[in-house]
Design a protein. Structure first.
Length: 308
């Protein structure tokens, strides 16, 4: 079982328009709404791959109930801790002419101290016996910057590796807790370290406490710095589509590879292929199985020499 944590869950609402024009009215078609947030997207991908997963996090109000109902329809087991504040919504507007997506992100409800303590108790129960835990996304208002550090330590105390996908102060605060892997994108990597070179920035995060760092470089693939060496993994082609959720698909692949104990080059090849297949799918948490299968054996994974 891979447990995912989404502390700032959302109801993702998608609108499709023929062409998005600023300062204009638009007729919307293809409206969809489903449970979202980075950890939930990871669980969706894991579920599609046939791996058992459990969604945990925080959810409240009518929007939180809508999130729970949609997870039930998707057959995704959940143990979301209730909150008094209303779960946020995100709105994605897809321009079908260009394929571009514009996203509006609400900040999320203010989490009260007693709600956070309630989640910590639920988390401890859920993590016992898990193969891995994935901690993903932003922190909602009210939580301390070291919230993820607390969860990493709680997982490690139970012998469970923690994979972390977040940014800013939450990322920096979690590094001394020793996550098994952190997965920033290029901008998050530079922000966390002040270093413009991704390789040196990844080495900096490792020195700060992360066991391994896998940095997403967008369409240029992944950079990995691990105890076993460093690699670049590059897709064989660039795909147009919706990049929202591509990083979550990569995290799902990395979690699966960690649990299965496969080599780093295989993990990275699968993460790049699955990430690209997610770009080809219309919604975050989904991936195109045909693209995934086509790319699996075609990703170029090359070892990198030690830094001078």
């Amino acid at each position: 079982m891979i447990v995912t944590v989404t502390l700032n869950a959302a109801l993702d609402i998608t609108h499709r328009v023929d062409r998005l024009r600023p300062h204009s009215a638009h007729r919307v078609h293809g409206v969809g709404a489903r449970a979202g947030g980075k950890g939930i997207n990871v669980s969706r991908v894991l579920h599609t791959l046939g791996l058992p997963t459990l969604v945990t996090g925080l959810a409240g109000g009518p929007t939180g109930e809508a999130v729970r109902r949609e997870l039930c329809r998707a057959e995704l087991p959940e143990r979301l801790t209730p909150t008094g504040g209303e779960t946020r919504r995100t709105v994605a507007v897809v321009d079908e002419h260009t394929g571009d997506t514009t996203t509006l992100l609400e900040p999320g409800p203010v989490v009260q101290p007693e709600e956070w303590h309630g989640f910590l108790a639920d988390f401890a129960a859920c993590v016992d016996g898990a193969a891995a835990v994935v901690l993903s996304g932003s922190l909602p208002p009210g939580l301390p910057a070291d919230a993820y550090a607390t969860l990493v330590r709680a997982a490690r105390a139970r012998g469970v590796p923690a994979l972390l996908d977040t940014s800013g102060p939450a990322l920096r605060a979690a590094l001394p807790a020793g996550p098994a892997l952190v997965k920033p994108n290029a901008d998050e990597l530079a922000e966390a370290t002040g270093e413009s070179d991704p390789r040196r920035a990844a080495e900096t995060l490792r020195a700060a406490g992360a066991e391994a760092v896998v940095a997403s470089l967008g369409p240029d693939g992944l950079l990995a710095v691990t105890p076993s060496g460093a690699w670049r993994a590059v897709p064989p082609e660039r795909l147009r589509g919706n990049p929202t959720g591509a990083g979550d698909a990569a995290v799902a692949a990395l979690a699966r590879g960690l649990v299965a104990g496969v080599s780093w080059p295989r993990r990275l090849a699968e993460a790049v292929a699955l990430s690209a297949a997610a770009v080809a799918a219309p919604l975050a948490g989904s991936f195109d199985p045909t693209v995934h299968q086509r790319l699996c054996g075609a990703v170029d994974v090359r070892p990198l020499p030690p830094l001078a």
